[in-house]
Design a protein around this ligand. Sequence first.
Ligand SMILES: C[S@@+](CC[C@H](N)C(=O)[O-])C[C@H]1O[C@@H](n2cnc3c(N)ncnc32)[C@H](O)[C@@H]1O
Length: 312
Amino acid sequence: MHWNFTDILTPPEKPYGPSDGPIIAEIGFGNGEYLEHLAKTRPDCTIIGIEISQWCVTKAARRALSAGSGNIRLILGDARNFFRYAFEPNSVSEVYMNFPCPWPKRRHAERRVASPRFAALIGGRLALGGTFTLATDVEWYAEQTREAFLSNGSFSADPVERNPARDYVTKYERKWREMGRETFVTKAIKTAEIPGEETGREGDGTPETAADQVNPNIDGLDLRRELSRITGTIIRKDEYVVIFKEIFTSGSDAALISVISADEGFEQHYYIKVVHSGSQWIGKLDSIGCPYRTPGVRASLRYLSKAAGIKF
Ligand SMILES: C[S@@+](CC[C@H](N)C(=O)[O-])C[C@H]1O[C@@H](n2cnc3c(N)ncnc32)[C@H](O)[C@@H]1O
């Protein structure tokens, strides 16, 4: 079987939203068998899997493509960062997380996915009435997750269920059950909007100081010289930091600007392409680094638009 990641690995250019039909997401899908089950039983839905392990993504991509599951899309990355940028607010119907590592040691607690912050993140993307379901083999983890969602104030949750009947049992759960162990399931339902999830406080990308201003009438000027004044510029806001690292020019009518952004610690390295077209300079976020359009990334585009007159 010949296949390519581009057949299924989702480019993060545009978040999924209502135009994709009902959306179901699975976080940490492992070998992808639950994704396949969802795709078969819910053919009307778009099924999005987010997984941090590249090898798991490879296995799941192969499984989904050979099963002909055309409604599955995969995202490679940490759900704690990517969930926000993968979906439009209030657009996801159901989120599943099956048997995540509970990171039991106290010193690893911050690696746990289930936390109040995570509940707010999921809640911001879930539609009203949408659900988050966690299955785990660790009772305290199920309880802690339920409490994290309840403490958010925008969810209701029934008591944790012990060994409930499940619509599909993954390889991990099958092995666990064969050992005579128990499973615990908690389901949270979004009952109210998440206050303040979308802050919208990302600044306007205005140059920080007058010294950062470059000539906005860039047409006919030396592109490299003009853009080189941007090199080293830092945009710093509460939620993100953006650094314009380097400019690479090709002749006098094209340039590639290398940028680093960090949104609440989520770091991305990407390029912005600038070309001369007609009488103006046109900029485009280059797809090569697969950047998510985080507030920091959007601020870098706005900055170039305002400071250098580049049209996006
Ligand atoms: C124990 S496995 C369970 C796999 C599968 N859900 C199952 O039930 O068989 C946990 C999975 O979560 C993934 N994972 C861990 N942390 C993650 C994160 N922050 N974002 C996305 N995936 C994550 C791991 O790579 C692993 O594949």
